[in-house]
Design a protein around this ligand. Structure first.
Ligand SMILES: [Zn+2]
Length: 348
């Protein structure tokens, strides 16, 4: 018997940032940031004008100034994108972004049903309609296949990203010439247990207009994963965890010998990602947030540092030059930053 779940809309709205929602739809690449606002083509009426749709990051609201003239909060956005009512939109947000159903529910006395996982069923195509109850919120399913014959020594990896063959093989990345990720660099994403749950596809270079830089499989919820977490957690507990935004920043640090590094796959941290970090840290753990020195990175890292500081030591690494990224660091610089952090910690 389906149980009515009373959702506290206000709590859901407060827990979900509009940027996270745009990222969920892989739309963030099409948006330009200027101070507190984001602007881009309207995803609701599917317009093209890059300034017709505007977001206020601090107010967590959006507006279309063109054809459809819609506007509102994160739930209004999901409701229009999914063509569902606000209640269903809230349930989707809870599931997609891994919110704690009890924290955003109006009925805290709800029986604590353990999530029932069903395994062993035949693989299904990605569901276009997410399940409606957070009790059923499923983790990403391990893939039953591996992309074969990836071209490891692709110039984008070797020359543009300056990865060594060892790193490329270590991370299992390579240029894919067939299938869903054809024409892209396939990057496997592993769970904590080391199972591959998706391949992300990076366009090798600047993509043509209208083509996203990254492609993720439909139905895959990147908000539930942390890139490289399986490897990072094998590193000693006393080592600091470095959190970067992107895949290539993560691979670069790894190549430089610093292996306790994870990537959020974006400049925002989902509640589920926060929970993974919380579970693998203790009050003595040290975390370095090392984001790109641009507006997205600067906004994102403040929020993340604030949230993580509730349960561990957090230090934000600021680069001296604008647009610097973890990927631009030399091995010496990485050692210096991570080493300096140890000294700073020891002095406390
Ligand atoms: Zn519109």
């Amino acid at each position: 018997m389906p149980k009515q779940l009373f959702v506290d809309f206000k709590a859901v709205k407060a827990a979900v940032r509009i940027e996270t929602v745009l990222e969920h739809y892989n739309l963030l690449d099409q948006f330009k940031r200027a101070g507190d606002s984001l602007s881009g083509p309207c995803p609701i009426h599917k317009g093209n004008n890059p300034t017709q749709f505007r977001v206020s990051i601090s107010k967590n609201i959006w507006n279309c100034f063109s054809k459809c003239k819609n506007g509102g909060n994160v739930l209004d956005f999901i409701s229009l994108m999914e063509n569902v009512n606000i209640h269903a939109a809230a349930l989707r947000a809870i599931e997609w972004f891994g919110l704690d159903p009890h924290a955003v529910s109006d009925s805290p006395d709800d029986a604590e049903d353990a999530p029932a996982e069903t395994n062993g069923s035949a693989p299904k195509p990605a569901a276009t309609k997410p399940v409606e109850t957070p009790e059923n919120a499923a983790p990403n399913k391990p893939l039953k296949f591996r992309l074969e014959k990836l071209e490891r020594q692709h110039p984008y990896l070797i020359e543009s990203r300056e990865l060594t063959l060892e790193t490329i093989i270590d991370f299992g990345v390579g240029y894919c010439s067939k299938g869903m990720m054809a024409g892209r660099i396939a990057i496997p994403i592993h769970t904590l247990d080391g199972e591959v749950v998706a391949y992300a596809g990076r366009w090798p270079g600047e993509p043509p207009e209208g083509t996203p830089k990254y492609k993720l499989p439909q139905g895959f919820r990147k908000a539930l994963e942390l890139f490289n977490i399986d490897r990072a957690m094998k590193e000693p507990a006393e080592k600091q965890l470095v959190i970067v935004e992107g895949f290539f920043g993560c691979m670069a640090l790894h190549q430089h010998g610093y292996r306790k590094v994870v990537a959020l796959m974006g400049s925002t941290m989902s509640a589920a990602q926060e929970e993974i970090i919380r579970r693998h840290t203790n009050p003595d753990s040290r975390v370095i947030v090392m984001f790109d020195e641009d507006e997205a990175g600067q906004t994102g890292r403040e929020d993340i540092a604030c949230r993580l500081s509730k349960f561990c030591f957090v230090r934000v690494h600021e680069f001296e030059k604008p647009d610097m990224q973890p990927e631009h660091l030399s091995a010496d610089e990485v050692n210096f930053i991570v080493g300096a952090e140890v000294c700073a910690g020891g002095a406390q």
